[in-house]
Structures are given as C-alpha cells and as structure tokens.
Design a protein around this ligand. Structure first.
Ligand code: C2E
Ligand code: MG
Ligand code: MG
Ligand code: MG
Length: 291
C-alpha cells in the first residue's frame, strides 16, 4: 500500500518537475523572438518627489504576453534570459524602447521626467554595453541626464569590481544617473558605495512594508548613509498613506509604489506627464511632522 502511494507520488513529482522544466525551456527559447512577435511591452511607474509631488522619472518595467502562457512576470523570465547572452539583446530592446518613449513625453511646465531602466549585472559586464547605451541615446536623441540606470547590489560584489566600475564610471561621465535598486537586500559594501559613481539608492520594498510594524531602523540607517555620501533616497513599494507619511517624516527624497501610481501602459502616460499626478495634500505641504 505504502509502496504504491510512494510510487504514485514519485510519478506525480516527476511529471510536475518535467512540466516546470518544460515551461522554463519554452520561455527561454520563446523570449528570443518575443520582441519581433510584438509580445513585449513596457509599463511605466512614476517616481515622485516628496517635496513637491513632481514626477522625477518613470521606471520602465518589462511585460511579456506569451501566446500560450499569458502574462509571464519578469521575475520568472529575466533570470532565464540572464543565463545566456540573450539578456544583452533583450536589454538593448528595453533601453531603445524606453528612450524613444521618453522622447515623446511632454511636460506641462518645468523639467521633463527622466526614464529609469533596469539593467542586469550581466549587461554591465559586457564590454560593448557602454557604447551600446551611447548609440541608443544618440539615435533616440534622449539627453543622458534624463536616463537613470537601475542596478542591483550585485555590482558591489568583489568579483565584479574591475569591469563594472569601468562601465559605471563611463556611464556616469556621460551624465547618466546610476541608481542602486532593492537597496539593503544584497551584498552592500560601504566603501564600494562610496567609490562607485552612485547617484541614488532605492530602499527595498520589504523595508517599506516593515514600517507597518514600526521597523524604521534600516530605513533611518540607509538615509543617514545616503546623506553622508550625497545620494538621493527613493523608497519603492509604497502601498499606503501611513507608509508614505512615515517615509516623509524620515526624510526620504522620492516615493514610488501602488499608493502613488501603479505601472501604466506607455500610451496612457503620454499626454499627462509630469503633472497629472495627485498626491495627498498631507504629503505636499508643511514641514515634516515631529514624532
Ligand atoms: P524592481 O526593479 O525592483 O521593480 C519593482 C517591482 O515592484 C515591479 O514589479 C513593480 O511592478 C512592483 N511594484 C511597484 N509598486 C509596488 C507596490 O506598491 N507594491 C508591490 N508589492 N509591488 C510594487 P515587476 O514589474 O513584476 O518587476 C519585477 C522585477 O523584474 C523588477 O524589480 C526588476 O528587477 C525586474 N525587471 C523588470 N523589468 C526589467 C527589465 O527591463 N530589465 C531587467 N534586467 N529587469 C527587469
Ligand atoms: Mg527597478
Ligand atoms: Mg526596485
Ligand atoms: Mg524590488
């Protein structure tokens, strides 16, 4: 009896494993033609200034609508693509599209918002990456100062040091802003944070969620470090008014999250950037509350 159950379970497990493996293989293969097949698009999520509610930039988030699997989240397919050189092609597609979209945004008044593009550490290791970015900027006409590249803390890992600091230095010298994404979740080295040309840190949304239980220490620490190094602070994953108010009180510079605005299709943004956004008044006016 047990033996039969065991074997049944084993068969089920093998089938499950096989179909998961199958999906991974299909996705890794199909993504190569996804761009040409019109299955990829970018959604944009604003990052706003706490000071005045201005849209500082819009982050491009990759969306893939697979003909059989439907919407596949980037957290599932990006790691698959990172296992091959395909990430370089996909990354170039994203950059190209994001920069040309950003060229179509119109400002009511004041500065145009920048566009933030997520970049894999594999792309940064590619010796051709910097030139590719320069080419895309000149082809689309986007000023480098309107481009933010979001990198993760993997750029701080010692085995990446050489190549990556060269690339980041070149990109920064062009006037592009370098932002560290998901700050606090990975390998952080204060000396590297200081040595590399970093402009901003994006405090990971897990710490923002922690505010609900009064866990402020990590965010306070991150803000302190950022101030000392002259970096801008951005909080990601802000979902509630109370989180936004707490971040405001702690002195974060910029906010991003569902509370402010969900990621939107590019077409919906065009006529409205940068001042369509309505922030709750409590965030816009007055000095930070005392606590
Ligand atoms: P990320 O760069 O940290 O982007 C933030 C993710 O959080 C996005 O998920 C966004 O939709 C989601 N998000 C935004 N506001 C909130 C909120 O208030 N609450 C919660 N729970 N989530 C929120 P998405 O679009 O699924 O992207 C996931 C990750 O995939 C990104 O994390 C980024 O690491 C990666 N990714 C997305 N697009 C690209 C790309 O073009 N290239 C590369 N290399 N990676 C990308
Ligand atoms: Mg990001
Ligand atoms: Mg992020
Ligand atoms: Mg994140």
């Amino acid at each position: 009896e047990l033996k039969r159950l065991g074997r049944g379970y084993f068969l089920f497990y093998r089938k499950e494993l096989a179909s998961r493996q199958r999906r991974r293989m299909d996705l890794a293969f199909d993504v190569l033609s996804a761009g040409d097949n019109n299955e990829l698009r970018l959604a944009y999520q604003p990052v706003v200034s706490v000071k005045d509610g201005r849209v500082e930039s819009l982050e491009a988030l990759l969306r893939w609508s697979h003909p059989r699997f439907g919407n596949v989240p980037p957290e599932e397919f990006i790691p698959l693509v990172e296992e091959s050189a395909a990430i370089n092609t996909l990354g170039a597609w994203v950059l190209n599209r994001a920069c040309s979209d950003a060229m179509r945004w119109q400002a009511g008044e004041g500065r145009l918002p920048g566009v933030a593009v997520n970049v894999s550490v594999i792309q940064l290791r590619d010796p051709l990456f910097v030139q590719r970015v320069a080419d895309i900027l000149s082809q689309t006409g986007l000023p480098p100062s309107r481009l933010d590249l979001e990198v993760t803390e993997t750029v701080f890992e010692p085995d990446n040091a050489e190549r990556i600091s060269l690339s980041l230095a070149a990109l920064s010298a062009m006037g592009i802003h370098i932002h560290v994404d998901d700050f606090g979740t990975g390998y952080s080295s204060l000396s590297r944070l200081h040595a590399l040309p970093i402009d901003a840190i994006k405090i990971d949304r897990s710490f923002v969620a922690g505010l609900d239980t009064g866990a402020t220490a990590i965010i306070e620490g991150a803000i302190l470090i950022a101030r000392r190094f002259g970096l801008t602070t951005i909080a990601e994953g802000v979902e509630t008014l109370s989180q936004a108010a707490a971040l405001h009180r702690l002195g974060v510079d910029r906010l991003q999250g569902y509370f402010i605005c969900h990621p939107q299709a590019a077409a919906r943004l065009m006529p409205v950037a940068p001042d369509w956004l309505e922030l709750p008044g409590s965030l816009l006016v007055g000095a930070p509350q005392e606590n």
